[in-house]
Design a binder for this molecule. Structure first.
Ligand code: HSE
Length: 431
């Protein structure tokens, strides 16, 4: 058994420098835990001339990925450069050359996980990806190891820090969506192109990974229904508050005898729900298991050192399995075929805000449509609207199937007394 494990690092951005920092600062404890030294031999960068704060006596920078994938000295490739197609090419080559992989790349795992897992199993290589979901929260290890004896029924995640920051600011400071997004971009907190965060794609990728692991079924991104928070109105956040709810972008993955539904959407959560108190850029994943009941995992979902912690912990896991001779056995194929719930079996409560013509019988017409589909209301608030002949209505239903709600919604749009349906959100919590 080697005394030194040699690493090739792909990417030297924020997370890459964090990995180097943790390996240096925690050198002795890592040595103690693994029984060997872990050293970075080569780092792939895109710009060799950029000045870098790195000890180049022991670590070489390169702009040729083959210097890592084809170097027989390198045992483990740590990928923190992001990207999909080019990165996939590099990792494929690394695996075919027998390298173990640690990646923080949720886009790649969500889209090409099956291929990478197959290749790594075939080559007796490890493939770990703890940092791909919720940064510094060890949620993948918790699902795969800590809860491996249980049957997971439901996972709810605040797994995107940018959107949680925006919604927290809107809620606490009464600032509208566009202003908070602009401020977050100026602070360098939100990406210049915030599409993947704001439109829910980033959260959907993370929920895909959690659903594969939690339910042991081969889901992919297309199985997740996604609705982001772009243009979410301050009015909805404030009305939700009055009804006893906070508004969060939640990924919900549920499993029962009719199958699995995975959705990412703005959701009203009772203020007393543990996820309601997850604020700012923090992430949390709530997991409900048959035996354990409710659990929640909370922490930073991004950032240099939190994400690097997850990456280096994966690296330690690779080294431990190398020493034990168990490399390539961490991945277990999904146990079940994919079973996606039909819309008729997806039951949730719904919140709606609408503007209606203020006329006798309007409420009766409206509730009659819902009654035809067996939908009843839990809460209704009516307020004055800007126009004298209009009223604004906020309604929360009891549980309804997605199929029935869609039908009722379509019928509603044809009512002449409905001026506009301004928003529709999922409601979680009490039935
Ligand atoms: N952009 C992500 C977020 C962090 O805002 O949570 C990386 O996954």
């Amino acid at each position: 058994m080697k005394d030194t494990i040699t690493v090739g690092l792909l990417g030297l951005g924020t997370v890459g420098s964090g990995v180097i920092e943790i390996l240096e600062d925690h050198k002795e404890s890592i040595q103690h835990k693994t029984g060997c030294d872990v050293t970075i031999k080569t780092v792939l960068v895109s710009n060799l001339t950029k000045p870098r704060d790195i000890d180049n006596t022991s670590t070489k920078l390169t702009d040729r990925y083959e210097d890592i994938t084809q170097d027989p000295d390198i045992d483990v490739v740590v990928e923190v450069m992001g990207g999909i197609d080019h990165t996939l090419t590099i990792l494929r080559e690394a695996i075919e050359n027998g390298k173990h992989i640690v990646t923080a790349n949720k886009d790649l795992v969500a889209q090409h996980g099956a291929e990478l897992f197959e290749a790594s199993s075939r080559n007796q290589c490890d493939l770990f990806y703890e940092a791909s979901v919720a940064g510094g929260i060890p949620i993948i290890r918790s699902i795969l190891d800590g809860l491996s004896s249980d049957k997971i029924r439901k996972m709810m995640g605040i797994v995107n820090g940018t959107t949680n920051y925006i919604l927290t600011k809107m809620t606490k400071e009464g600032v509208d969506f566009d202003s908070v997004l602009k401020e977050a971009q100026e602070l360098g907190f939100a990406e210049a192109d915030p599409t993947a965060d704001v439109d829910g794609l980033d959260a959907a990728r993370k929920m895909t990974i959690l659903s594969i692991l939690g339910f042991s079924m081969p889901f992919n991104l297309e199985d997740v229904e996604v609705k982001g928070i772009r243009g979410i109105s301050l009015a909805d956040i404030q009305y939700a508050r009055q009804l006893g709810y906070s508004v969060k972008l939640i990924g919900v993955a549920e499993h029962d005898e009719t199958g699995v539904a995975v959705n990412v959407e703005p959701t009203l959560l009772p203020v007393e729900h543990p996820l309601s108190s997850v604020n700012d850029e923090y992430n949390a994943v709530y997991v409900y298991g048959d035996a354990v009941g409710e659990t929640m995992f909370y922490g930073p979902g991004a950032g240099k050192l939190p994400t690097a912690t997850a990456v280096v912990s994966d690296l330690i896991a690779v080294v431990k399995s190398l020493r034990l001779g168990t490399s390539g056995s961490a991945y277990v194929q999904p146990q079940f075929p994919k079973q996606v719930k039909e819309k008729k079996d997806q039951l949730t409560k719904k919140y709606m805000r609408l503007h209606v013509h203020d006329q006798p019988g309007m409420l009766m017409e409206l509730t009659k449509i819902f009654a035809e589909y067996g939908i009843s209301f839990d809460q209704i608030i009516q307020r004055e609207a800007d126009k004298d002949d209009e009223r604004e209505l906020m309604m929360v239903t009891h549980q309804v199937s997605e199929e029935d709600f869609k039908r009722a919604y379509n019928d509603l749009e044809s009512l002449s007394s409905i001026r506009s349906v301004d928003s529709v959100f999922r409601v979680e919590g009490s039935n």
